[in-house]
Structures are given as C-alpha cells and as structure tokens.
Ligand binder design. Structure first.
Ligand code: GPK
Length: 837
C-alpha cells in the first residue's frame, strides 16, 4: 500500500490532504459548496434551516479532520484508554458548542453574516440530540466534553436510538407524549461506519463438551443474530486539537435473516424477524430513577454491551499483548447498572472463546471494570427475572450463577454460618421467579464503586452496599462528586457573563481551570461591576420572558424574582411541595390589604420537566401546576405579584435559556433521595442562588459558597427514618398551613377537586413518604427569607457574584481528573497538529 507507492503519489496525497485555512473566505466557500452540492440548493431558495444544514456540514468537515488526526495518532501511541459505557448521552445541540470548542465561532459568525444569515437564527434550527432522560445522561455528555478538553484517551459507547426522549406537549393542562423522531433530516453530527459491523447473538442453547485435556468447555450457540453498526459522534475538546469519539450502535438485520426460520424455509417469518432486529435500537426508554423490566430493554443492554466489548477486545488484540495486560490498556466505567452485562460478556469471551482459566479471566475482568451508582431509590434498582434472562442469554445466566457461587463461597469462608448474610448479598434474589440483582453483580465484578456526591457515597455504604463494605473493606467504595462543563453551561449559554468574567480576570484561562473564578470574589465591593453583573442577569431574564411568552402565552415581568424548578417530575424531587407552597403564597396575597400588598416581592414561579409516561402521580402534579397557573395568572387581585408557568418540553436547549436567567432555583428533594443533582451546580455557576435541602451535592455547594449565599431548610438525611416512624405510629398532625392549602384545593379553587384526590391522598398522615408535611413550615420560612434577601438588591448582587466565584469545584474537569487518577489510571496525551486533513 502506502509504503509501495512511488514518491510522486505520496507527495500528491500529502499536497491534496493539506488542511484548509480557517479564514472567512475559505469558510464561506465551504458553506456555499455544501449549499450547492451536498444540499443541491441555490441561494435564492435558502431558508434558515438549509443555512443551518450547510453551516453544520462545513463545521462537520473541520470536526472530522480533527477526529481523524486524533484517532490516527492515538492508534500509533496506543495508550491505556477509558471506555465510558452509558445507555444515555444527552448531548443537546452540537453546532454552537463545536464552533466554540474549536475556536471558530467568531469567524463563522462573520462568515455567515456576510452571506445574509444570522448565527442565532441558524442555531435555533438545530434539533436536540435527546438520547437521555435527565441527570444521568447529561452527566455523560459533560464528562465527554471534559475528557476531550483534558486530552484523555477516552471513548463513549452507547446506542443510536431512532427516537430520543419523547416530546412533551400540554393539552388541557395534562402532559401528552409525542415521538421524537430526531433523525427525520440527515444528522450531520454522526459518521456512519457501515464497514464496522458486529454480529450479536440471542437465545439458542449451550453446547457442553470435554476438550482433549478433559476440561469442560461451554459453547453458546445463539438461535438468532442481529448486526450492530457503528455510528461515530465526534466530541471536540475546548482549546485543544484533540477530538474524542462516542460510538453509538444501531441494530440491523443480518443478511441471511434469522437462522432458524430461514433454514426452516419460512420466508415470511424470517422477514418478520428481520424487522424485529431493527426494533432493538428504536427507542430510548423514558424512565428516570425507575426500572421498567421490559424484555426489549434487556435486549438493548446486551446488544450494546456485547458490541462495545467486541470492539474493545478487537482493538486490544491489534497490539499483540498478553491477556494479562488487558487491564493496563483498558478501563471500563459502568454508568449505572445498565451496562453490567459487560462484566459477564467479557468473562464469557475470555473463558469460552479465548480459553483462559476461570480465575485468570475473572482477575482481568475485575481489574477492568468500575461502577458508578446514581441512586438509592429501591424502585430504580435493576433486577431481571431469571426465566426471561435464560431464554435470551442462556450461557450468560450460567456464568452469573457461577460468579455468584464462587462469590458466596468466599463470603461463607470469611463469615461462616450466616445464611441471612448470604441471602442479602447474593446476586440472585430468591423470589418467585428468581431475580438477578444487577447492582450486586456490578459491585462484585468491579474494583471500584463510586457514588456521585459526598453524602450519597456515604449513604450507599451504610444502606444498599453495607454488607459489601464489610466484606471488601472501605477502599473499594469511593466518592466522585459530579460536575458540569463550564463550556456549555456558562461560556455557551451565558455569553455576556462569560465575556464579563474574561474581561475581569484578564483572560479566559478560567474556562479550563474553573477554580480561577475565585478571582471574582474581590469584585463584590465594586459598584460598577455589580451593576454590569446584574444587567446581564436582567438581559437573560428578558430572553427567558420572551420564551415564556412564546411557549406559555403568559407575560411575565423581568423585574420580578424568577424562581425556577426544572428537572424530571418525581415524587422524591417534590415539585408537589413547591406548587403547594405557591398556593399558600396565593392565598396569603389574596388575604392582604392594598397596603400590605405594596410590600410583597413579585415572583414568577417557573416549572419545567417531563414525567415518565406511566407515572400517574407525577403526571397529576403537572396537571395541578397548570390548573393553579390558570387561576393565579388571571386573578386581578394578584396581578404581577405572582405568576406561575409550566414551560413545556424541557430539554437541554431550553435549559440553556433558563439556567442563566434564574434568580433562585429549587433543589428540594427529601434529604437522602437525590444522589447529587447537577442543575444545582449550573444555576449557581450562573450567579443564581438556590434554595435546597441538605441533600446530594447541595451539601457541598453550601460548603463552597457559605451559608449566607444559599437557602437551606428541612430535615437531614439521618432524621428521615425517625420522622416516618413517628408519623406512622405516633399520629403526628399535619402542618396547619399545609392543611389550609389542601382545603383550598378540595373546595375547588383550582378545577374539579376530584381530579387531584389521588395526589392529596399521598399526604395522608402516615403515608407522606417524602415528608412534605414535616418540611413544609421550614420551606415556607426559607422562601420568605428569599423574598426579604432579594429586596436588598445590592446585597443580592454580592451574593450572586460570590456564588459564581465559589463554584470552581463543580467543573466536570475536576470530576474527570479524579476518575482518571483514582480509578482509571490513565494519562492525558497530546495530539500534534500535523496540518493535514
Ligand atoms: C439517577 F438512578 C438515576 C437515574 O435513573 N437517572 C438519573 O438521572 C440522576 N439519575 C440522579 O437522580 C441525580 O441526583 C444525579 O445528579 C444524576 O443521576 C447524575 O449522577
């Protein structure tokens, strides 16, 4: 090949693959080239969407050339890599972010303007890549940004769903779901690698034979097979040439259809099976913090982990190293229990196909994997029924039973005669039918287990993994506090604040070292600076007010206090408590004289978030919010003192408008239930204060910003069980203010009260699992403190500045570096700009 080419051929290639310059004219040429050839359009029939497509394609060219250079150099260096396995990557839009990270935004702005288009309009044409539910999926996206920015050799592996998280519309106050067919137009942010295809088996049976040494060998003979096709999504780092990759798998039928049906001569059935193959990567499951237990979901999990592992193993084999070197070349991070089957699949490959001994294989496996836990909620713990599992993955079931047997033997040896302990720790739950506990399998098959905030990491050690901590020791269980990328969540979404910070600190180094924000603390005494700071906040509020007008047909004043709660709707997150407190506020205002009203702090209460389609109570909360909004917003006795809006279809790009515009945001989960939260970090980073419980990362935010700059209320995690017990068995009465609010609902103040009866029932004394009643008084009091503090605008502006100044810890760069040093043992490498395409 290349080595055999004559010199003139080599030179010709070198000349033609020289990287193009990034001057305005070259960029304009590339945009026009894509308009006229790739899109086959002419300038006179261009709209914003076609302009977006052309600019996206031009951006993509530059991304791909970086991607090529990075991946080429990486395969030569062949360092240890980390693979981040996540069923969700909630990326949002790509164009703005890619241009900013590659340092090309300014040039593209100018290039486009001269071509008669406006960058902001073009950006709005891009659909979100919404391949995730909420925090867990967005965390994966932030981590990919940081890994690329810090030059770590890292790949993400996930699924290329045809349908992302559903679109939410509000009809008569109720959530309705619409499919998110996001691939309707070509997706310029992916690279189809039709040449990379892996066969994935399902079902069938296990052949057991004796080899020539009398050793029993197992050979899985699948009954069906599907193809996994790779789609690569380039992830450019900020201020580096490095460009990492997320490989998403798409399912396709194998060419010869289903083996059994086709061999039986059943043509129609085999075509039907072929369509079933495509279903595997059809849709993202819309559950957050709950487990659905559907067979198709298990198929997704195996399809994805098997394809990813085959890819990883194939890459390792190219290096001709010993198998024992595998953990020195490969680290695999399991994002929740969703990819736990990867543990079993690697053990199967090593034992059944590579003929390693069980023990050698298991040592490699456990040195390779590490596991991140994101919740302690019992309804979220993944369990798979043994009969269903056996039907889909018979050999994997045998391996799980063997892993469990050897594990329990060791437990028994260390702690003899404790049947209760064995029952509690077993990977198999003895129910009817038996269940596989994926969290136990993940712990047993990994060398490190981490929680996502300090409180949560301690909590898992004393609750769900208590027995495991006693067995393995403390060192295996560590904390990795979550973080968010300051590139998307400040620089991109709040450009004015980003520019002010850069101007104030003298340079933009803070974007790669967020601790430098502490330099802003010195500016709180500077009245001119405070004024600039608050003007930017107001500009952002005006932008959000426009979005609210457009989406909710409600006019809100940017001079009111903007109070935001945006996140998935869940009982533990207590949006219900928030709207109940809004009703309380409404009733209070209604009971006031004109003179009293004059001193009320005007507030706009903004909600947003999706409920899982099958989560009845969560959907009723949405209905209640909208019913309250309908009454409050048109009550002349209230006017601008209180407005309530529910912004439909909350997603990443909507968050990018909401987060910079918040004065106060609500992070009010029952203590001990929210593992970390990450939007709390985004709001504070943008100078928004928070009101919150001592839960998740709120605890660490309090530590950083100090108690004067955060509003904390409610019970603590260690008190929750006692309060529940007291309510159940000692008849603690309901909070009187809350009682008043419930009576108002029951009297029909907000539509037919019958609608809300199931919701109100959750507050019955003894059933109030999330402790709304016992936290209600302190919640109302904290909200009053917010009002009082907001009225002192000069003081408030200082708090706001100090909030941003103290957020250095919560950069995902810090998180990722901790993972790299303490779990993955990987080092940054640097990509040379070799100057060719
Ligand atoms: C946790 F278990 C889960 C889940 O299924 N989905 C999800 O988004 C979230 N999470 C936690 O609820 C958040 O507290 C946390 O910040 C986030 O994961 C990232 O760790």
């Amino acid at each position: 090949e290349k080595a055999k080419w004559p010199k003139e051929t080599v030179d010709l290639w070198a000349k033609l693959s020289k990287k193009e310059a990034n001057d305005i004219e070259t960029i304009q040429r590339s945009i026009v080239h894509h308009v006229t050839t790739t899109l086959a359009r002419a300038a006179y029939n261009m709209d914003n969407f076609s302009a977006y497509q052309a600019v996206a394609l031009s951006t993509r060219d530059r991304l791909i050339s970086r991607w090529n250079e990075t991946q080429g150099q990486l395969s030569k260096i062949d360092p240890k890599r980390v693979y981040y396995l996540s069923l969700e990557f909630l990326l949002g839009r790509s164009m703005d972010n890619a241009l900013l990270n590659m340092g090309l935004k300014g040039t593209y702005d100018k290039s486009i303007e001269k071509l008669g288009f406006n960058m902001e309009d073009i950006i709005e044409s891009e659909v979100d890549a919404a391949l995730g539910n909420g925090g867990l999926g967005r965390l994966a996206a932030c981590y990919m940004d940081s890994l690329a920015t810090l030059d770590y050799p890292a790949w993400g592996y996930g699924l290329r769903y045809n349908y992302g998280i559903f679109q939410q519309r509000i009809v008569d106050g109720y959530q309705t779901e619409y499919p998110d067919y996001w691939l309707n137009f070509d997706n310029p942010w992916e690279l189809a690698r039709l040449d990379i295809s892996i066969q994935i088996g399902f079902g069938g049976h296990v052949q057991t034979t004796q080899d020539e040494y009398g050793v029993t060998r197992h050979n899985w003979v699948p009954g069906q097979s599907v193809q996994a096709i790779a789609y690569d999504v380039p992830i450019p780092g900020y201020d580096t040439e490095n460009c990492n990759n997320i490989r998403l798998w798409r399912s396709k039928p194998t060419r010869v259809f289903d083996l059994t049906s086709f061999n039986e001569g059943n043509y129609e059935k085999s075509v039907e099976d072929a369509t079933n193959a495509e279903k595997i990567t059809s849709v993202l499951y819309p559950n957050d913090n709950t487990m659905a237990g559907k067979e198709l979901r298990l198929k997704q999990q195996y399809f994805w982990t098997a394809a990813s592992l085959h890819d990883i193993v194939r890459r390792f084999k190219k290096s001709m190293r010993e198998w024992s070197d595998f953990p020195d070349q490969v680290a695999i991070q399991l994002n929740d229990t969703h990819p736990t089957l990867a543990i079993v699949e690697l053990q199967r490959l090593l034992v059944d196909e590579e003929m390693l001994s069980w023990d050698d294989a298991w040592e490699i496996v456990t040195k390779t994997f590490a596991f991140t836990n994101h919740t302690v909620l019992p309804e979220a713990m993944e369990k798979w029924s043994v009969p269903m599992f056996e039907y889909l993955l018979p050999r994997h079931l045998q391996i799980i039973f063997d892993i469990n047997l050897f594990f329990l033997q060791k437990v028994e040896k260390k702690v003899p005669n404790d049947r209760g302990l064995l029952n509690r720790m077993s990977i198999i739950e003895e129910a009817q039918p038996q269940q596989i506990r994926m969290a136990h399998l993940a712990v047993v098959g990994s060398h490190k287990v981490n929680g996502v905030a300090a409180l949560h990491s301690n909590l898992i050690k004393t609750t769900i993994f208590k027995d495991f901590v006693e067995y393995y020791g403390e060192e295996k269980f560590i904390n990795m506090t979550n973080g968010v990328t300051p590139r998307r969540w400040l620089h991109q979404s709040n450009p004015q604040l980003s520019a002010l910070i850069t101007q104030t600190l003298g340079n933009d180094k803070w974007l790669k070292d967020l601790s430098l924000l502490k330099g802003l603390a010195a500016k709180t005494g500077d009245a001119a600076f405070r004024k600039k700071w608050m003007t930017i906040k107001r500009n952002n509020k005006v932008r959000l007010a426009e979005l609210i007008k457009e989406r909710c047909q409600v006019e809100v004043s940017p001079d009111a206090l903007f109070d935001v709660q945006v996140k998935r709707i869940h009982e533990y997150k207590r949006q219900f408590m928030n709207i109940l407190s809004v009703i309380h506020r409404y009733r209070t205002i209604k009971s006031m004289t004109a003179a009293q009203k004059a001193s009320v702090q005007p507030r706009v209460v903004i909600f947003g978030g999706k409920a899982a389609p099958g989560y009845y109570i969560a959907k009723l909360v949405i209905k209640l919010i909208n019913s309250v909004a309908a009454v409050v917003n048109q009550d002349p006795a209230v006017g601008d003192l209180l407005k309530v809006v529910f912004i439909p279809d909350y997603n990443v790009s909507v968050a990018e408008v909401i987060v910079p515009a918040s004065d106060i945001s609500q992070h009010i989960s029952t203590a001990g239930t929210e593992a970390s939260g990450t939007s709390n970090m985004k709001f504070v980073l943008n100078g928004g204060l928070i009101i919150g419980t001592l839960d998740g990362a709120n605890v660490e935010i309090l530590e950083e910003v100090g108690e004067d700059n955060i509003f904390i209320f409610g019970c603590m995690a260690h008190e929750v069980e006692d309060i529940r017990h007291a309510q159940r068995y000692r008849g603690v009465p309901m909070d009187p203010a809350l009682q008043g609010v419930i009576s108002a609902i029951e009297k029909g103040t907000f539509e037919d009260p019958k609608i809300f009866q199931p919701l109100i029932s959750t507050l019955t004394v003894g059933k109030d699992f999330y402790l709304i009643s016992s936290d209600f008084a302190s919640y109302i009091a904290a909200n009053q403190q917010v009002d009082a503090a907001y009225k002192k605008q000069e003081e408030w502006s200082k708090k706001s500045i100090l909030c941003t100044a103290h957020m250095g810890k919560f950069s995902s760069d810090r998180s990722v570096k901790e993972y790299a040093d303490e779990i993955w043992n990987i080092k940054p490498y640097s990509v040379e700009d070799e100057g060719h395409l």
